[in-house]
Design a protein around this ligand. Sequence first.
Ligand code: ZN
Length: 460
Amino acid sequence: MLDRDETRSATRAGAGGFELHGFCRSLYPIARSITGPGVRETLAHVARHVPLEIHEVASGTPVLDWHVPEEWSIRAATIRSLSGEVLVDFAAHSLHVMGYSVPVSGVFSREALAAHVHTLPERPGIIPYRTGYYARDWGFCMAHETWERMRDAEYRVEIDSTLAPGSLTYGEAFFPGEEEGEVLVSAHVCHPSLANDNLSGIAVATALGIAAREAGARRRLGLRLLFVPATIGTIAWLARNEARLGAIRAGLVLTCLGDTGPFHYKRSRQGTALVDRAVAHVLGGGETPHALLPFTPDGYDERQYCSPGFDLPVGCLMRGVHGRFPEYHTSEDNCDFITQAALERSLAVAQAALDVIDGDVTWVRTDGRGEPQLGRRGLYRAISGQTTSAAASQMDLMWFLNLADGAHSLLDMAERAGVPFARLQAAARLAEAAGLVARVTVSDEFIGDTPLGAKDFPHA
Ligand code: ZN
């Protein structure tokens, strides 16, 4: 349930000179991969808005069951006719070269070149996205109609790339809260010129960071933003942070948030974690077209965060679902495919979910029993005197006072009463001002049946 207050707070994040679609456009041409200068350049853009710590993990470093690969740099790549005409040029589109292509220079027959050419024959006008991170191969991706027009016997092929020991780069920002515990927001930064699948998540995560910076110390929980190359970057981060993963109360992987389709939220492996309930609550209420998806061990980095031994409470917020929209992993996933309005709405949903998670505290009645007399405590007057759009009704206050028994968090109450979270927060403020309730301290609080801070990581 996203009320107008939450939409406004998201718009505020966009007001500080940060425009989501413009940010995507500025990142779009950069040739990203899982390592290399494209990732660093992308992180440098993010760091202009969010205080980002850049980490470099050396090639060959063992991380869980994997090793950090060699670093890949790509400078240029062309296919020319023997007369010198440029037919395919990496400079024109970063999708033209298969990610992690080894360097090549030579003349190849059309037949030999064909083994290295990737097209989509059934969609002849668009360029596919292909990678070969661990293949030690090279390849060109192009529109099928381009390949069909290339009928010479031989072509001159150049790929000016380097595959050599270096490092894997990721960026991390942390905004401390008043209490222990933190919320993780993760976006992948390894796709080249693809807008929805990559840039939309980076842009929304950056905007969340701007909002967190502007909110200062008003946050209860810490907020950790991660900008990581998918899979190997997340695995590296998990391996390097194992000892303190118990602090993560909730997490969201953000991706594919710029298209205009309905929202999709993929639940964490736990299924009913706080983040799962918070996102379901924000998307619920009937005004936001959406679907809730069960956890599956594919998709984006939620599958790493939710892998065995970690099983972190991390879900994935999307609009389009990977592999299920026709633009996915093609040149059609460009900046015309994503819209400013869709990105803003996605930011509002993500911010509202984070606000619910951050605000989900537990209250207990100080007098302990019975229904308090609202009039004697000036609460009817207080209800009518509220000025925010997320004002508590008398019924909201009655729900709150009934369930403020130390065993129901605000989200429990919002779910049970069927009202937006922010209205129960408003009810809590009124009741607190009237001296009727007290916050349950952190050490007394429970999430599900796991005491906070006591989550056990046997491998840590
Ligand atoms: Zn992808």
